[in-house]
Design a protein around this ligand. Structure first.
Ligand code: SF4
Length: 261
C-alpha cells in the first residue's frame, strides 16, 4: 500500500532530502565560484569593486538554500514557522527540485521516491498557510482512475451521478464531500483540472493522484496551495486505483472551517 503523503514523511525521506539539498548547495557553490572566478577580470574592468559586490550577492543568494533546508526540517519537526518563511522555503524547494532529481539519480534514489519526498515536504509547508477554510472554497480533486472500471455511471461531468454503491472509493469520498460541504471533482487529466480551478477559484485544493501527477500539479497551481494524497495502485497505474479515505477525512477535519459552512 502506498504511503499517504499528508502524513509526516519518514525519517529516511527527511534525511535524504537534507543530504540532497546539501549536495546541491556544494554543487552550486562550486559552479558559481568557478563562473565568478572566470568573470572576475571582466567585472574588475567595469569597476574595481564589482567582483566583490557580485561575489557577496551570489553567496547571499546561495545561502538561501541551507536556510530553506533548515526551515523545512524545522517545519517537519513541528516547529511553528511564520507563513512567509514557509513559503520562501517552498519556493527554494521548487527552484532546486530539478537539481534534487539529478542528485537523487546520482545517489541511486528513484524519481518516484524524490517526488514522494517533494509532496510530503510541500504538504507540510503549505498545509498551515491559510488556516481553516469554509468547505465551499475547498476543491477535492479526484482522478478518474479511482472509479471502478466497469461502472456505467458518468461521473466526470457530474460526480453526483455516482450511486455510492461501495464498489470503489468514489462513493465514500462523495459522501465525505457532502458531510464537509466541499466541492468534489473527478478529472480525466491536468487540462480539465486547471480549467476547473480557473472557473471555481477555490482557496485550497486537496488532490488525489500518483507521484508524478501530484508533484507536477502542486507546482502548476502555485501560489494556490494544493495538498496531495497519494493514490494506491493494487492493479497497477491508472486502473481501479484506491485511496486511504480515512486520510482524506483526517485532512478535511483539519482544514475545513465547519463553523462557517
Ligand atoms: S461507488 Fe459510484 S463510481 Fe464507484 S462503482 Fe459505485 S456507482 Fe460507480
Amino acid at each position: 500500500m502506498s504511503t499517504v503523503s499528508v502524513q509526516a514523511p519518514a525519517a529516511g525521506r527527511r534525511r535524504w532530502l537534507v543530504i540532497a539539498c546539501g549536495a546541491v548547495f556544494f554543487l552550486l557553490l562550486a559552479v558559481g565560484g568557478g563562473v565568478w572566478y572566470l568573470m572576475r577580470p571582466g567585472l574588475a574592468a567595469i569597476h574595481p569593486q564589482l567582483p566583490v559586490a557580485v561575489g557577496v550577492a551570489g553567496l547571499s543568494g546561495l545561502l538561501l538554500l541551507p536556510a530553506a533546508v533548515l526551515a523545512i526540517v524545522a517545519g517537519l519537526a513541528g516547529v511553528g514557522l511564520p507563513v512567509r518563511l514557509r513559503l520562501a522555503a517552498w519556493r527554494v524547494l521548487l527552484w532546486t527540485f530539478p537539481l534534487l532529481v539529478g542528485v537523487g539519480r546520482l545517489i541511486g534514489t528513484g524519481k518516484e521516491e524524490i517526488e514522494r519526498s517533494f509532496i510530503a515536504v510541500s504538504n507540510s509547508l503549505l498545509r498551515h498557510r491559510n488556516g481553516r477554510i469554509p468547505g465551499d472554497r475547498i476543491m477535492v480533486m479526484l482522478p478518474h482512475c479511482l472509479q471502478l472500471g466497469e461502472c456505467p455511471h458518468k461521473i466526470t461531468q457530474n460526480p453526483g451521478n455516482c450511486r455510492q454503491c461501495g464498489q470503489c472509493d468514489i462513493g465514500r469520498l462523495i459522501s465525505l464531500a457532502e458531510t464537509y460541504r466541499v466541492n468534489v471533482q473527478v478529472v480525466t487529466g491536468g487540462t480539465l483540472a486547471r480549467r476547473l480551478i480557473r472557473q471555481l477559484r477555490p482557496l485550497l485544493v486537496i488532490a488525489v493522484a500518483c507521484e508524478r501527477d501530484l508533484s507536477s500539479g502542486i507546482k502548476d497551481v502555485f501560489p494556490l496551495p494544493a495538498l496531495g494524497i497519494l493514490n494506491i495502485r493494487p492493479q497497477g497505474p491508472c486502473l481501479n486505483t484506491r485511496v486511504d479515505v480515512a486520510a482524506v477525512e483526517r485532512l478535511l477535519e483539519e482544514v475545513v472551517d465547519r463553523g462557517r459552512e
